[in-house]
Design a protein around this ligand. Sequence first.
Ligand code: ADP
Ligand code: MG
Length: 258
Amino acid sequence: MLGGLGRLKEELQQYIEWPLKNPELFEAIGIKPTKGILLYGSPGTGKTTIAKILACQADAYFISASPADITSMWYGQEEKRVRAMFQLAREKNPAIIHVDDIDGLFPKSRELMHEATHRALVQFINEMDGLRDTGGVVVLGSTNRGLDSLDQALLREGRFDRKFHVPLPDFRGRIEIFKIHTGNMPISEDVNFEKLARETKNFSGAKIKTCCELAGYNAIRRYCNEKNVKVEDIRFDLIKEIKVCNKDFQKAVISLVK
Ligand SMILES: Nc1ncnc2c1ncn2[C@@H]1O[C@H](COP(=O)(O)OP(=O)(O)O)[C@@H](O)[C@H]1O
Ligand SMILES: [Mg+2]
């Protein structure tokens, strides 16, 4: 579950899910479905997670490619790998190709690109241009960097022409994210999510998740110290005694703010 993204998820759904689920409708209305969607924003804001959720909801065949899969396993053969990926997507139609951290694959400066990577980029662009206008295959890219860190040819009309910024969560968003990641925790009554949200300005969703996990560890450590017991001896009823309290969160926030 993702918190604090407002209407972004629904908006993305209309570009991804609608045309994959009902291509005839798009033809009848006379609009060409979007072929490429790019999510960009700071690390840990939930881009990879959104892509996975959208793919799951769209009921489409999902092909996931990160630069690590493409370049390390296929060193020197990236072009072939790109071709195979698109071929599979066309066969499995409807399909989503997700290229995570796409800036790592196709960075801005072609001069710095390995020759094989350059061929892969050209292949990738040709494949995107060659996708039928009637839809069936959507390419979803994500990057932790700004749009100017990418090869600009990728951003042209008909390629990744829908770009969505995934922002750091605002105050309300941070409260939602704290609630999501403490959903299974025994939380003490002194924990105040609004206060935590005020103290975690500029935290990404991922950082808030880490904060909750650290608070859990802090609670266990505190309990052991207070009761003078070892972790392995906290069993049965004792487990139920532990609550993650404000102090545990405060410590976690301080360690992450540094
Ligand atoms: N808005 C959010 N709501 C809830 N959890 C989030 C949110 N953003 C990030 N996370 C958590 O942070 C982790 C990393 O997110 P990820 O999707 O990999 O971020 P990105 O791809 O933008 O770097 C995920 O496990 C997710 O649970
Ligand atoms: Mg990511």
